[in-house]
Design a protein around this ligand. Structure first.
Ligand code: NDP
Length: 277
């Protein structure tokens, strides 16, 4: 069965699901089962990272899916961790991730954080370019990059990432960065799209959810979708995993969108990119 989730074309032509299952803080022992649940209810994109320590579980679920499904239907993302910045270290880190995943090719590889204090993200980016040229990964991108980091990659390598994965939810809407992405053909993907659960209790979101007969999570994920922002919500029960995917059968009208847009307050629930290194 192909995906229930619409796909969007990245700047390099790769088609990518607009919504996937994120596994940060999913315990390694539970990862295969929860990813298999996600695949069973219709997800096809799994978002992991070397840091999460659960690539083996993601790979096991992907390989279980491939017993009956096709590789083209799946989309697997992983990320190079901060300790592995630099050209050679990144190539080694990629090999280690692929070994754990047990796959021949990755769909998307991201630089997890720019780590400006290390000042190695340009070399790291050149390693990603090499991996793409060698056909080991289909698309390459970044995460937590701010405008200045993206400008520098463009100036020094001439190659723009196809995607930047950043914290983005109704309380942190990143409008300046999103405009920059639009100008440079960079797809925006939101991490912590539900603000780690904190935004779910917002009264205005609760009001809209009640009006539409939807959950607060569905309203938030639909808001992202209507703003062309990709999402990778994490959840730990079959019911939540499944209901978070059910956002393609209703529409937020202009009044709903304006009310949600008005919630922006520059509030992060994760780290600021300047402080991670
Ligand atoms: P999310 O915004 O996805 O929120 C997850 C939290 O919301 C969990 O506590 C979950 O609870 C709860 N939740 C999910 N769905 C529902 C629902 N329908 N009803 C009620 N509660 C719900 O936060 P994450 O930080 O996990 O971000 C998502 C993904 O983004 C990560 O898993 C990871 O893949 C990626 N990420 C990337 C980062 C980066 O630096 N690139 C940084 C952080 C995350 P429960 O689990 O108990 O069901």
């Amino acid at each position: 069965m192909s995906s229930l989730v619409p796909r969007t074309a990245l700047a390099d032509g790769t088609l990518m699901d607009v919504l996937g299952y994120g596994v940060y803080k999913v315990p390694p022992d539970d990862t295969e089962e929860l990813c298999s649940t996600a695949l069973d209810v219709g997800y096809r994109l799994l978002d992991t990272a070397a840091l999460y320590g659960n690539e083996a579980g993601v790979g096991a679920a992907a390989r279980r899916y491939l017993e009956t499904g096709t590789r083209e239907d799946l989309f697997i993302t992983s990320k190079v961790w901060n300790a592995d910045h630099g050209y050679e270290a990144t190539l080694r880190a990629f090999d280690a991730s692929m070994e754990l995943l047990g796959l021949d090719q990755l769909d998307l590889y991201l630089i997890h954080w720019p780590c400006p204090s290390k000042d190695l993200y340009v070399d790291t980016w050149r390693a990603l370019e090499r991996l793409r040229a060698d056909g080991r990964v289909r698309s390459i991108g970044v995460s937590n990059f701010q405008e200045a980091h993206l400008e520098r990659l463009l100036a020094e390598t001439g190659v723009a990432p196809v995607l930047n994965q950043v914290e983005l939810h109704p309380y942190l809407q990143q409008s300046g960065l999103r405009s920059f992405h639009e100008r440079h053909g960079i797809t925006t993907q939101a991490w912590s799209p539900l603000g780690r659960g904190n935004v779910l209790v917002d009264p205005e979101i609760g009001r809209i959810a009640a009006e539409l007969g939807r959950t607060p999570a569905q309203v938030i994920l639909r808001w992202h979708y209507q703003h062309d922002v990709l999402t990778i919500p994490k959840a730990s029960s079959r019911e939540r995993i499944s209901s978070n995917l059910d956002i393609f059968g209703f529409t937020l009208d202009d009044a709903h969108l304006s009310a949600l847009d008005a919630l922006d307050r520059d509030q992060r629930f994760g780290s600021h990119p300047d402080t991670v290194g």
